[in-house]
Ligand binder design. Structure first.
Ligand code: ZN
Length: 275
């Protein structure tokens, strides 16, 4: 029988979206979950400092804050406003006590992906010094190409790794989300290279259901779809990544479930299919 090891298990608040932050923390802790990644909407009412205290007092480790990014726009004023919003998000991560802010970099459908990437680079350039100053690491999360219209012009591990190479900063790395990169023939190679340079910052897990009912909000529990999560996790470990396995599932279906029952399903599927 497998030893029940939840020491690397983290759950994103978006995964249990119906729960308020107090209830989420209580239910995670009571099941032995050790980490939490906080989505900004979950702490809107509580405030970052108070939420951070609540989480720490309950013995949970804050893994990251989701999310910043969305840099590109054809309108320079909107690009400036995006930078300001990201500076606020960095401050919020700091106030919360989160060591990392995840970046969903954005895309502007009215211009080329290349141009959007140039603007993403400029945006990161504007916020990286402040992130370093406050001790908040920035993790670029490449998104599946199906989101290249509006959500991200960074669609492969290589594009994310190239971005981190350009800045060559200990404060900028990559968040690997299996949902977005499982199909990439270069995945193992890029994980290895990224790990060698110490830039693998985060690992997000869920599954790609076959068929998927909705590309955004029908993500599966580990083992429910076609992603070999154990294999990708092995590559992460081999490349030196020692961080959390973060369960991030957007699912209209599971958000309707009893969340106690759902959390038990998450733990079982994690032990069965991710480790
Ligand atoms: Zn993710």
């Amino acid at each position: 029988m497998r030893v029940k090891d939840l020491s690397r298990l983290c759950v994103h608040t978006i995964t249990t979206r119906p729960l308020d932050i107090e209830t989420a923390v209580e239910k995670y802790v009571s099941r032995g979950i050790c980490g939490i990644t906080v989505w900004r909407d979950a702490i809107e009412n509580t405030g970052a400092r108070k939420a951070g205290q609540l989480i720490r007092n309950n013995g949970l480790e804050i893994v990251s804050l989701c999310r910043g990014g969305f840099f590109p726009s054809a309108d320079p004023a909107l690009r400036k406003s995006a930078v300001d919003k990201n500076l606020e998000a960095i401050q919020e991560a700091h106030d919360l006590g989160a060591p990392m802010l995840v970046l969903v970099c954005g895309a502007e459908p009215g211009q080329s992906l290349t141009e959007s990437r140039v603007q993403i680079r400029a945006g990161i350039e504007d916020i990286l010094p402040r992130a370093a100053e406050l001790g908040v690491r920035l993790a670029i999360e490449p998104l599946h190409p199906v989101y290249a219209d509006t959500r991200s012009a960074i669609n492969t591990m290589k594009q994310a790794v190239d971005m981190t190479d350009y800045f060559d900063s200990p404060w900028l790395g990559v968040a690997v989300d299996v949902y977005h990169v499982w199909w990439d023939e270069e995945l193992e190679k890029q994980i290895m290279e990224c790990g060698r340079d110490g830039r693998l910052f985060a690992f997000h897990i869920c599954d790609w259901k076959v068929p998927t009912g909705d590309i955004l909000n029908d993500r599966g529990l580990m083992g429910e779809g076609c992603i070999d999560i154990g294999k990708i996790r092995g590559w992460m470990k081999n490349s030196g990544f020692g961080g959390f396995d973060e369960v991030e599932i957007f699912s209209e279906k599971y958000w309707r479930y009893d969340q106690d029952e759902y959390l038990d399903m998450i733990i079982n599927s994690y032990l069965e299919h991710a480790l």
